[in-house]
Design a binder for this molecule. Structure first.
Ligand code: GLU
Length: 310
């Protein structure tokens, strides 16, 4: 607890954690990526970082997990920084209301993905980075490490291979977009970059620290380094709010009321602008692919504290 932010976060997160832990272990670990099935499904961690540098954690908050689609926000941050608003010629900003790997809208929308938070959108952004950067994989990892202020953040090669071995839908998505002229580079290389991005691992503590800049108008509040302009940071948060939870973005906004992003590894990160970033991890997913306990935790947390953006 600090003077500038007199909320007793440690007590609150421990209290909510105890309530959610006692719930039945509903949902299933993502099974369509073989490597993700090996995780201990009972793990549950939470970590919260405030803008003044305090942090609070409980449970498996220091265990690494596959952040999967959460890294799409970091990819968008890098590309938006590089390309500015020209990005929006290649990818939209509308919620999809469909699963993360759906092909349905892509045909109708002539190969332009609805938003950067679904697979098709992130694949297009990988293609853009391939065109712009000399070492896209290395530069992307360096950028993530810089935002995280942690040189140990890395890809997991086993997860990359595992995703490649079952990447039928992502291969279909990229081929369809290529047919519409929205992919410029070699398909295997773009997919390799995309799978590498999805394989990034972090702990809840590392994840909430990494997202602090989005709670602080684009500036890392600890290092004071500007990562995104005020306007771009606002827009990345807006995209997380409207598109961050597959076809459950409305439900997350309704129940939790914070901009956030989930991944099929069971992680969720959310930010409360001017206050904090919070990461929750529990591998069992609900039917829409979002962490069952993660959603529950954040719903109770924002309800109990009144700390939502609405
Ligand atoms: N690597 C996963 C895929 O491409 C990401 C899914 C997710 O976390 O939404 O299917």
């Amino acid at each position: 607890m600090t003077q500038s932010d007199p909320v007793d976060y440690q007590r609150i997160i421990e209290n909510v954690y105890a309530k959610v832990t006692s719930l039945e272990g509903k949902g299933q670990v993502a099974h369509y990526i073989p490597e993700l099935q090996h995780v201990d499904a009972t793990q549950f961690g939470v970590h919260l970082n405030t803008l003044d540098g305090s942090d609070f954690g409980v449970g498996s908050n220091q265990t690494k997990f596959s952040i999967q689609s959460i890294s799409k926000v970091l990819l968008l941050t890098l590309a938006y920084k590089e390309r500015g608003d020209t990005l929006w010629k290649r990818v939209g900003v509308e919620p999809s209301g469909t699963p993360f790997n759906s092909l349905v809208q892509l045909e109708h929308d002539c190969g332009i993905p609805r938003n950067p938070m679904i697979n098709a959108g992130a694949i297009v952004i990988c293609d853009i980075l391939m065109s712009d950067l000399s070492d896209p994989k290395g530069e992307m990892l360096a950028f993530i490490r810089e935002i995280a202020q942690n040189s140990k953040i890395d890809f997991n090669p086993k997860v990359i291979q595992s995703e490649k071995s079952v990447g039928y839908r992502n291969t279909a998505l990229i081929n369809l977009m290529r047919a519409f002229g929205n992919i410029e580079n070699d398909i295997d290389q773009v997919l390799n970059l995309y799978f590498s991005l999805c394989s990034v691992e972090m702990t809840c503590q590392e994840l909430s620290r990494t997202f602090l800049f989005l709670a602080n108008d684009g500036i890392d509040p600890i290092t004071k380094q500007r990562i995104l302009s005020l306007s771009k940071s606002k827009r990345v948060n807006a995209i997380m709010q409207t598109c961050g939870f597959y076809d459950e973005a409305g439900e997350f906004t309704f129940r939790v009321g914070l901009p956030g992003k989930s991944g099929v590894g069971g992680g969720i990160v959310a930010v409360h602008p001017e206050h904090f970033a919070i990461a929750v991890w529990s591998p069992r997913l609900n039917k829409k692919g979002n962490s069952y306990k993660g959603m529950k935790f954040l719903e109770l947390f924002t309800t109990q504290t009144g700390l939502s953006v609405f």
